[in-house]
Design a protein around this ligand. Structure first.
Ligand code: NAD
Length: 251
């Protein structure tokens, strides 16, 4: 028996990167997987289907749902469909995220709105739609993918504010929903080797690594392991917490 056998997990933005690693690890622990991602062209559709097949090959049921996590009505429809397809939702991982960096004086309203909508409003959308399902089941685990939200970051005011919002959202849900058996926590990854960080210039990547006591960038599985712990009953007395998974970069 796996740690998540018999559970259904819904993960946003899981066609690649950290979300995909979480989906694969949850599947290896026996969870059935529903995941979403943005599909704007044929390549993205192919990526979604390739990831679905890879997860299914682990030996669980897996369905992929194309959609924009920032869209409230689309999200309601997606969650309704997931509930119909799987019968329930035990674990929600709000992972979909983007960056649109810029120093405050140069940041446009669009940069601000896009990042807040995709990173923060999306989590509200999914929590709002999933919580009634979890309440009926008398339990669930919600995990928000935070980041520099704990400390802030120059050049990322929009991103850091969205991630701080995700932390406060998790803490608020933990307080409201604890009596209903629903836990909510946040993971704050540090510098993780994914497409998001590969896009940074080499000198920025090297500077960043110098600040990490463990002297390496994190791997997606470093995050997936902690997500599995928070999703499972191993963490049944943990709620409203932020776990920093960053090689000791922030203490
Ligand atoms: P990634 O860009 O590889 O993956 C993000 C996924 O989200 C992509 O598949 C993308 O298509 C999807 N997505 C983007 N906009 C969406 C939308 N509107 N609706 C649905 N899906 C959407 O990034 P990643 O590095 O795997 O990051 C995953 C999460 O972890 C993000 O929330 C990110 O902010 C957070 N994070 C990453 C790092 C890092 O170092 N990589 C550090 C801290 C936090």
């Amino acid at each position: 028996m796996g740690l998540l056998t018999g559970k259904t997990a819904l993960i946003t933005g899981a066609a690649r990167g950290i979300g995909k690693a979480i989906a694969l690890k949850f599947a290896a622990e026996g969870a059935n997987i529903a995941f979403t991602d943005l599909v704007l062209n044929d390549d993205m559709a192919a990526g979604l289907e390739a990831t679905r097949k890879e997860i299914e090959a682990v030996g669980v049921t897996c369905r992929a749902y194309a959609g924009n996590a920032a869209d409230f009505e689309q999200t309601e429809a997606t969650v309704k469909q997931v509930k119909e397809d799987f019968g329930g939702i035990d674990i929600l991982v709000n992972n979909a995220g983007i960056t649109k960096d810029g120093l405050m004086l140069r940041m446009t309203e669009k940069q601000w709105d896009d990042v807040i909508n995709v990173n923060l409003k999306s989590a509200f959308n999914f929590v709002h739609a999933c919580v009634p399902v979890m309440m009926r089941q008398r339990g669930g685990s919600i995990i928000n993918m935070a980041s520099v939200g704990v400390h802030g970051n120059a050049g990322q005011a929009n991103y850091a504010a969205s991630k701080a919002g995700l932390i406060a959202l998790a803490k608020s849900i933990a307080q409201e929903m604890g009596p209903k058996g629903i836990r909510a926590n946040a993971i704050a990854p540090g510098f993780i080797e994914t497409a998001m960080t590969a896009a940074l210039p080499d000198e920025v990547r090297e500077e960043w690594k110098k600040k990490i006591p463990l002297r390496r960038g994190g791997q997606v599985d470093d995050i997936a392991n902690v997500a599995t712990f928070l999703a499972s009953d191993m963490s049944s007395y943990i709620t409203g917490q932020v776990i920093q998974v960053d090689g000791g970069m922030n203490m």
